[in-house]
Ligand binder design. Structure first.
Ligand SMILES: [Co+2]
Length: 288
């Protein structure tokens, strides 16, 4: 339990630090790397690459190694940060608008949905009740929850474990139990309320531990197993360790079905998206 609290504390500090980096003309790559460095400086490890997802992209966008995108005035930035300490994962996200407040209500809708969900979380609460609370709050603002994204349990070296915490009433009457560690993450949108699969993100996860005969790929695979275990990692991190040529090995590992690449997740009607997320230990409270 101690490691979860430690992980949560680092996660919270990384989020607060991250907020200070979000300004006009800031490079997405710098934002992600600075937050990742801060996590390690504070004694944690990244549970997944820092995601900096803009506007209608709801999640899973981490900068590429040579990414030259910058923040522009009016961008709605979702910063999603994961930390682990000895495999104990905490997950948090926040939405910040760059230099404007056009989407203040949209941001407030996901924040308030998170707060309201937190208020009812205790052992015995049904998953559908949490989803319903999130849905009602977001709809009260005139927006839609994104129903095919959800909160989740976290586990040792696992960012997405059971249970699924819905962002709407999904009829799931499973009850929360004392000491479950769960991340609640409402998404609000002025679009349709669904995401689809977009471009490849450069974020990967090990899915099959079979071997490869290719020397370089084998070296990289053993690094991945050792360093990230079953946690997501990104092309950027692998290139930093092995150079740009490692892209070919990643491609090979992906083709062999050893690693899987995630796609970025745009809202289907290109609606603007806000997100808020915290991790909770049921019966103990928020850890980040
Ligand atoms: Co999450």
């Amino acid at each position: 339990m101690e490691d979860y609290f430690k992980s949560g504390e680092i996660c919270k500090k990384a989020r607060e630090y991250g907020i200070t980096l979000i300004k006009e003309k800031a490079k997405l790559l710098d934002i992600a790397e600075k937050i990742e460095n801060k996590i390690m400086e504070l004694g944690g490890e990244c549970a997944f690459p820092v995601d900096v997802s803009l506007n209608h992209i709801a999640a899973h966008d981490t900068p590429k190694f040579n990414d030259d995108r910058i923040l522009n005035k009016g961008d709605v930035v979702k910063l999603d940060i994961g930390v682990h300490v000895n495999g104990k994962v905490s997950d948090t996200a926040i939405t910040v608008e760059v230099g404007t407040n056009k989407y203040e209500r949209l941001t407030k809708a996901s924040e308030e949905a998170l707060d309201n969900a937190m208020k009812i979380i205790k052992p015995g609460v049904k998953l559908r009740e949490i989803g319903s609370e999130i849905q009602k709050t977001i709809q009260k603002y005139g927006f839609s929850p994104i129903i095919n994204l959800s909160g989740h349990g976290v586990d040792e070296y696992e960012v997405h474990s059971k249970p699924i915490i819905p962002n709407c009433d999904n009829n799931d009457s499973t009850e929360l139990k004392e000491n479950m560690v769960i991340a609640i993450e409402p998404f609000a949108t002025d679009g349709e309320g669904k995401v689809t699969e977009g471009k490849p993100s450069g974020i990967y996860e090990l899915i099959n531990e079979k071997n490869t005969r290719n020397n370089n790929a084998r070296k990289i695979l053993s690094f991945i197993k050792e360093k990230y275990k079953t946690l997501p990692f990104c092309e950027r991190w692998i290139i930093k360790e092995f150079g740009v040529g490692a892209k070919l090995s990643l491609l090979l590992l992906e083709r062999k079905g050893i690693i899987k690449q995630f796609n970025v997740l745009p809202e289907i009607k290109k609606g603007q998206v806000s997100q808020a997320e915290r991790t909770v230990i049921v019966g103990k409270g928020v850890i980040n």
